[in-house]
Write a protein that binds this ligand. Structure first.
Ligand code: UDP
Length: 330
């Protein structure tokens, strides 16, 4: 009996596979390797290179493997790209999930945990954000993730599928071993970009807006370590395997840091001056996003281990200082 991790060669997927294998679970990974890396896949996982939009490939996998439950990370996840190329997001995220659910229903696999996002909320009415707060996404990426949640809900009513949606806040950090870490092309996320300045692959960091209604004018985000996210997926899957009902959980530390504060912590961790220049605001950025993760703590028993930004950035720096070109060998 195995766990199928779709998108297991990507950033959060690969870290979840490492935690599953360390917990002694039997893991099957599927990934189309469009944005993921074969080198990120744990050597003890059985790997299938496939696209979730390929029903035939999914059928072959479900026939070959006895799958207990699915953890689904296989999606496009760049906010900016979702605004310039929305149909790519409908295709990969919504259509891909539709084909996946069709295959799961056909093969009698009825438990799924999947990546949702704080972007489902849009501009929050208040912080910390609760799962019951209104969801009005301000970008296409968030909209496709909310639609994926709704698709799961209707499929659940019709076919008895059980799902957990995990709404991540700002995923960051890397496996403490330094073996795997964050690598996107192009990179758009704050902490990897800051660390690319420190490792010499970038000259400076642009701070997107310093006129927000926050303590230093820069955006506030809730940074959560990727290993803590990985643990939450395992807890959520076990919750479903033990008979838990459909549910939605926020995953964050409940503490907000401004962009300037993150840069300062990175300067102290790396010892590099990290030049920063203020640039115009980035479209669609809410001023602050901070999670209430009480529900995940209470219902799933989730206990984030990395609640200190210094330690989080130290783990990310271990990766970025030793892999200046990510998984690419130069
Ligand atoms: N940000 C920035 N410069 C960058 C990248 C990001 O100032 O080069 C800011 C961005 O505007 C946001 C925060 O850093 O306020 C976190 O952005 P990221 O893209 O990492 O995550 P998001 O919050 O968009 O999911």
């Amino acid at each position: 009996m195995a766990i199928l991790v779709l998108g297991g060669a990507g950033y959060i997927g690969s870290h979840t596979v490492y935690e599953l294998i360390e917990a002694g679970r039997d893991v099957v990974v599927a990934d189309n390797l469009f944005t993921g890396f074969k080198a990120a896949v744990h050597p003890k996982a059985r790997f299938y290179q496939l696209d979730i939009r390929d029903r035939g490939a999914l059928d072959t996998l479900f026939q070959a493997e006895k799958i207990d439950g699915v953890i689904h990370f296989a999606a496009s996840s760049q906010v900016g790209e979702s605004m310039s190329d929305p149909l790519k997001y409908y295709d990969n995220n919504l259509y891909g999930t539709m084909v996946l659910l069709q295959a799961m229903v056909a093969h009698g696999v009825n438990k799924i945990v999947f990546s949702s996002t704080a972007a489902t909320y849009g501009e929050p009415e208040r912080v910390p954000i609760l799962e019951t707060d209104k969801t009005v996404p301000t970008n296409c990426y968030g909209n496709t993730k909310l639609s994926m949640e709704q698709m799961m809900s209707w499929v659940s009513q019709a076919h008895g599928l059980k799902y957990v949606a995990l709404r991540y806040f700002n995923a960051c950090g890397a496996h403490p071993s330094g073996k795997i870490g964050e690598a996107h092309d192009p990179e758009t996320h704050l902490i990897p970009i800051i660390l690319q300045v420190a490792n010499g692959t970038r000259k400076q960091i642009s701070v997107f807006g310093d006129d927000y209604p926050t303590k230093d004018g820069t955006c506030v985000r809730d940074y959560i370590h990727v290993t803590d996210l990985a643990q939450a997926h395992i807890l959520a899957l076990d919750y479903l395997l033990n008979g838990g009902d459909n549910n939605v959980f926020n995953l964050g530390n409940g503490v907000g840091f401004t962009v300037k504060e993150v840069i300062d912590v990175a300067r102290s961790v790396t010892g590099h001056p990290i030049p920063a220049v203020v640039s115009p605001r980035r479209a669609g950025d809410p001023a602050q996003l901070i999670a209430s993760s009480e529900k995940a703590v209470n219902v799933l028993g989730w206990k984030p281990q990395y609640n200190d930004l210094n330690t989080i950035i130290e783990t990310a720096w271990k990766w970025h200082s030793t892999h200046p070109h990510g998984y690419e060998e130069v």
